[in-house]
Each structure stands twice: as structure tokens, then as C-alpha cells.
Write a protein that binds this ligand. Structure first.
Ligand SMILES: Cc1ncc(COP(=O)(O)O)c(C=O)c1O
Length: 349
């Protein structure tokens, strides 16, 4: 192995009752960390979870050179552990790093680090139907220099935390027509920290108005649907699975991609294309059954109960027989090994 990983395990193992942990609140016992210096990845290690020491002048604290991924490991039917779609997450991580002028992590190091960490903390992977181990690979620029520049030193780390259902209830969302998450030519397709910080303010305003999330629209005209909160927006209308086509301002979601592939495999009609708010409104006003949902690793499928366009709230269909739940079950069956993994999405330890 070109990048040997040293492992220092925790001496006393304690696994908390994971079910009561709020999303992302409690880390597992170990973490992975590697340093980039002199143009090389070095000192790759798995250690007990610990705080970092960082110069207050570290570039990541000032200019936003931070990139992350969000992925999950599951316990399968036969008790083996599966890290879902590690390859696609790795590819997206690389694209985000390229966009932010940060060095790529070699695939071998990324995969092996993930494998070893999940293996060591395997007792933390929840064995319940709605449970998983959320995995957070991320990179930060650590060079201590407050001049505006591309960093020359970085840390690549992986932390993990048990996760259960993300949203308890179907969401109430509003179409956002003032603020934007991302603009053409911006960083919307990268999973970089700044995209999330910038989304807090409009999301907070929406929450104060009684909504759970916003439905982002394009920054130029605010007429085309982009994403919902931190999820890809998907619809099922007229027996068709619909989602905005990937553009320069939409994140290429792994869940979105998986659901589209499953739907196509099931022979469903699938359309990836620009979807306007006017088209959505017309479907509601024509009395059509509209299923709407957010798709993302954390929530998997988050049903949307209502969408407010302007000052009018429209109800979406969230009945038990909704197609989104059929898709969710199919995805779940692949991840847990109940259904065949025809796309080679499972990385089984
Ligand atoms: C902005 C944004 N869109 C979409 C998604 C869904 O992507 P994925 O399914 O890969 O988690 C996420 C979450 O990662 C996100 O942060």
C-alpha cells in the first residue's frame, strides 16, 4: 500500500445507545486523519476521536477552502456492513476539491481509510431498519497564512456518527424567489462549506414564516426549480418521475442518481429537464396528484406535504401508496442486500 494507515485504537470501548442521538451529534470512537504537506499525503492514521489544534491563521478559517462528503454505511440482511456508493461519493469529492483548488486524495487512500474506520467502529453501525452510520469525509486548508491564497497544506479527515430518520414529518416548503443557493458559474455543484453557510439566512427566514425548508429557484430568473434545502428536488406527476436536469448550480446527488436508475429499471417514465414553477403550479391547479420529495443521503426521501408558491399553499400527495415510497423501498432493498446489486453500488466490508 502506497499510503500505509497506522491504527491506534481506543483502549476502552463504549458504544452509546445510538437510537437517542440527534443527527450528527455524537461521533464514533475513532477518526481518520492524514496530512498534505510538500505536495504529498502523509502520516495517515486512525486514532481515538480528538479535537484539532489549528493556527488561528489557518486559511480554512478565513477563505472557505473546505470541502466535504456525506455518505452512509448500513448493516445488511446477512449482518455484513455495506458502504453505499463509495465510488460515486469519491468522484464527487474530487470534483468539489478541483473546484476549490484543493489537492485530490488518492482513491486508494480514501477507500482504505473509510474501510478501516468503519471496520474499527463497526459496533456503531445501527442494525435497525431506519439506522445507518453517517460518514463525513472532509478536507480543510490548514496553512497558517492570512493572505488570500490557495493553501499548500491540508488535513483530510473522516468522522462518523450514527444516524436515524432525519425528518419526523412531511415537509412544508416555500418557493424561494428572493435569495439563491447557487448561481451559474458559482460553486453550486461543489460540496464546499460556503454553500451551506450562505443558505442559512434564507432558510432561517422561511422557518420564521412556519416552513421547514425552501425550494430553491435559479438565481437569474427565479422561475426554474433547483433543489430543496440540502436535497435534490424530485416530483412524481402524470406517471412520470421528474427532476431538474443537472446544471452548474445543482449538486449531483447520489440519492437522486440512484433513484433515477431504479425508476428507469422499473420501466417508469423519467424526465431530467428544466422544471418551471409555472408548470408545477399548473399541475396543482389542474387538480393533478403531485408527489414531491427531497432526495439526499441524510434524509433518503423526505416527503413534501405542501409547497407554497407566492401566497398560496398547495398540498402534495403523501399517501402510503405514493410512488416515492416504492422507490425508497427499492433503494433500501439494494443497500441491505435484499435485492440484487446490479449496479455494483455496494462496497461490502
Ligand atoms: C445541496 C445539496 N443537494 C443535494 C444533496 C443530496 O445529495 P446526496 O444524495 O449525494 O446526499 C445534498 C446532500 O448531500 C446537498 O447538500
Amino acid at each position: 500500500m502506497e499510503y500505509p494507515i497506522s491504527i491506534t485504537p481506543q483502549t476502552v470501548r463504549t458504544v452509546t445507545d445510538t437510537k437517542s442521538i440527534p443527527f450528527g451529534k455524537v461521533p464514533t470512537e475513532h477518526m481518520f486523519i492524514a496530512e498534505y504537506r510538500d505536495g504529498q499525503w502523509q502520516n495517515a492514521r486512525i486514532t481515538p476521536f480528538h479535537d484539532l489544534t489549528l493556527s488561528p491563521m489557518a486559511l480554512c478559517l478565513h477563505y472557505g477552502q473546505t470541502v466535504f462528503e456525506g455518505m452512509k454505511a448500513f448493516v445488511m440482511e446477512d449482518s455484513r456492513i455495506n458502504i453505499f456508493r463509495i465510488d460515486k461519493h469519491y468522484d464527487r469529492f474530487c470534483k468539489s476539491l478541483d473546484r476549490m483548488c484543493m489537492p485530490r486524495v488518492p482513491k486508494e487512500l480514501f477507500t482504505e481509510a473509510m474501510h478501516q474506520l468503519v471496520q474499527l467502529d463497526s459496533k456503531w453501525v445501527p442494525d435497525e431498519a431506519d439506522g445507518s452510520l453517517y460518514l463525513r469525509p472532509f478536507m480543510i486548508a490548514t496553512e497558517d497564512r492570512i493572505g488570500v491564497k490557495i493553501g499548500e497544506e491540508y488535513l483530510f479527515m473522516i468522522v462518523a456518527s450514527p444516524a436515524y430518520q432525519y425528518y419526523a414529518n412531511p415537509l412544508k416548503i416555500k418557493v424561494e424567489t428572493e435569495f439563491s443557493r447557487a448561481a451559474d458559474g458559482g460553486t453550486g455543484t461543489a460540496k464546499c462549506g460556503g454553500n451551506y453557510g450562505g443558505a442559512f439566512y434564507p432558510t432561517q427566514l422561511a422557518k420564521e414564516q412556519g416552513f421547514d425548508q425552501v425550494l430553491w429557484t435559479d438565481s437569474r430568473t427565479h422561475t426554474l426549480i433547483e433543489e430543496s434545502g440540502t436535497m435534490n428536488a424530485m416530483f412524481y406527476i402524470d406517471n412520470t418521475l421528474l427532476t431538474p436536469a443537472l446544471s452548474g448550480s445543482i449538486l449531483d446527488g447520489v440519492t437522486r442518481d440512484s433513484l433515477l436508475a431504479i425508476a428507469r429499471e422499473k420501466g417508469m417514465k423519467v424526465e431530467e429537464r428544466p422544471i418551471s414553477i409555472a408548470e408545477l403550479k399548473a399541475a396543482f391547479e389542474a387538480g393533478k396528484r403531485v408527489e414531491a420529495f427531497g432526495a439526499g443521503t441524510a434524509a433518503v426521501i423526505a416527503p413534501i406535504a405542501s409547497i407554497t408558491i407566492g401566497d398560496k399553499a398547495y398540498d402534495c400527495y403523501v399517501g402510503e401508496d405514493a410512488t416515492m415510497f416504492t422507490l425508497k423501498k427499492a433503494l433500501y432493498d439494494i443497500r441491505t442486500g435484499v435485492a440484487p446489486d446490479t449496479h455494483k453500488w455496494n462496497y461490502i466490508l
